[in-house]
Design a binder for this molecule. Structure first.
Ligand code: AMP
Ligand code: GLY
Length: 429
């Protein structure tokens, strides 16, 4: 089987690594890929912003299966375009991806389908927003409707700052382009969990849960990022809670989409807040999470290709996944300055020594190869990932491996997993 992966980050490196582990896969092509992916796949250039170029690439490569990594090509309709040309492709259509690409759509969908989520109001003008805002008590969450690369959510401590943030979204001052709709949301408190499932449009199979660390600073401080590290253990969710989330959130989502005539095929990433009144949906993503995928796939013992094939063929109901019982952790090393401005092109040393640490996989997020040397090429540079019997051991391995790695300005959080590792009494205090 020849597999084409679209994307260029740590998630796509982990996907390519998983594909290479399958005895069924003979060739992996990644577009555009990165310096690390090039060690496990053939990388070909393409712009993920250019639908025509991606279609042209598929027509030239004739893959047996295409996996779409990031949201941008989904939002452009890459799945629709490839399906129309007879390709087997894993990911939601443009309309189904609206669960991620329009927060207004997602909120209204959840309301129609009685899926637990924060109270909200969708506003189409500043005047409407000013009327609706009185229903919300600070802190008030203000969200851009469209894709915003993690920058579209503003948590406001007063009515006035919320009005200002909403103005900034409507005018385009905040994100660079004007939002037609802004969502006001009730502020939820609790632990966040990334609950990812596979779906063939009818059935749902959950992956192991993970917990991301979105803020740049230790102790969850500072600006939001794409994700600075993640861990996965079974104990993130009790088995009865996993069942509850499946029956009340994941399955109703897939059933609701099918009933509304927009079957959802692909990875359904449910971002949950575990609130005092139960799990509530913070957001949907229409794709694998990054860096969740790195920590999840190192625990997967089944063949990912079989599961993805079952999604594309509509036979997921017969699929069961097996997982390693322990824990995994992925610590992201970023360029100094990220998520603000940063420099790239710095040589990375110690990658071979890091890869020698038992249980460790070094996934590349933003690297490229230059004269036979791997150099930094993005904000998030590496996702050093380890799988072990316990979370503490996995973290020890990941940090041991990171200790081998160096590049100018390297930054990583030293407290990944801190919420899980806190003694229980302290957590409850
Ligand atoms: P989103 O892009 O919707 O996942 O939001 C990004 C981050 O903002 C989430 O991971 C949460 O940490 C935070 N967030 C979003 N919505 C809420 C909410 N209603 N209450 C509290 N925090 C939120
Ligand atoms: N790690 C968060 C995301 O993939 O959206």
């Amino acid at each position: 089987m020849k597999v084409l992966i679209l994307g260029s980050g740590g998630r796509e490196h982990a996907l390519a690594w998983s594909m290479r582990r399958s005895p069924r896969v003979t060739e992996v092509v990644c577009a555009p890929g990165n310096g690390g992916i090039a060690q496990v796949a053939r990388c070909v250039p393409v712009s993920l912003n250019d639908l025509g170029a991606m279609v042209h690439l598929a027509e030239a490569e004739r893959p047996d299966l295409t996996i779409v990594g990031p949201e941008l090509p989904l939002s452009l309709g890459i799945v629709d375009a490839l399906q129309q040309r007879g390709f087997r492709v894993f990911g939601p259509t443009r309309e189904a991806a609206m669960l991620e690409t329009s927060k207004a759509f997602a909120k209204q969908f959840m309301k129609r389908n009685k899926i637990p989520t924060a109270n909200y109001a969708v506003c189409s003008s500043a005047a409407e927003l000013e009327k609706m805002i009185d229903r919300f008590h600070p802190p008030i969450v203000v969200k851009a409707d469209g894709l915003a690369a993690g920058k579209g959510v503003i948590i406001c401590s007063s009515r006035n700052t919320a009005l200002e943030a909403a103005q900034g979204l409507f005018s385009g001052a905040l994100l660079g382009s004007a939002e037609a709709q802004v969502v006001l949301e009730e502020f939820l408190e609790g632990e966040e969990v990334s609950f990812l499932c596979l779906s063939d449009g009818k059935s749902v199979v959950p992956l192991v849960p993970a917990q991301d660390h979105k803020r740049i600073g230790e102790g969850d401080t500072g600006p939001n990022t794409g994700g600075m590290g993640v861990y996965s253990t079974d104990s993130i969710l009790e088995p009865h809670m996993t069942e509850w989330i499946l029956h009340h959130i994941a399955e109703p989502t897939v059933r609701g989409m099918a009933e509304e005539g927009v079957p959802y095929l692909g990875v359904l990433y449910v971002g949950l807040m575990m609130t005092a009144r139960g799990p509530e949906v913070l957001e949907y993503n229409a794709r694998f999470g990054d860096p969740e995928t790195q920590a999840i796939l190192v625990r997967l013992e089944s063949d990912l290709v079989d599961a993805i094939d079952a999604c594309v063929d509509g036979t997921l109901a017969d699929t069961e996944l097996s997982w390693s019982p322990g824990a995994s952790a992925c610590v992201v090393a970023s360029s100094g300055g990220y998520p603000g401005s940063y420099k790239t092109g710095f040589p990375i040393s110690g990658l071979a020594a890091a890869a020698q640490v038992p249980g460790v996989q070094v996934f590349h997020a933003g690297t490229s190869a230059r004269d036979g040397q791997i150099v930094t090429a993005g904000g998030r540079v590496l996702g050093v990932t380890a799988v072990e019997e316990s979370l503490q051991q996995a973290l020890n391995r990941a940090y041991q491996a990171l200790g081998e790695v160096h590049f100018d300005g390297i930054y990583f959080r030293r407290d990944i997993g801190h919420r899980a590792l806190k003694p229980k009494a302290q957590k409850e205090a």
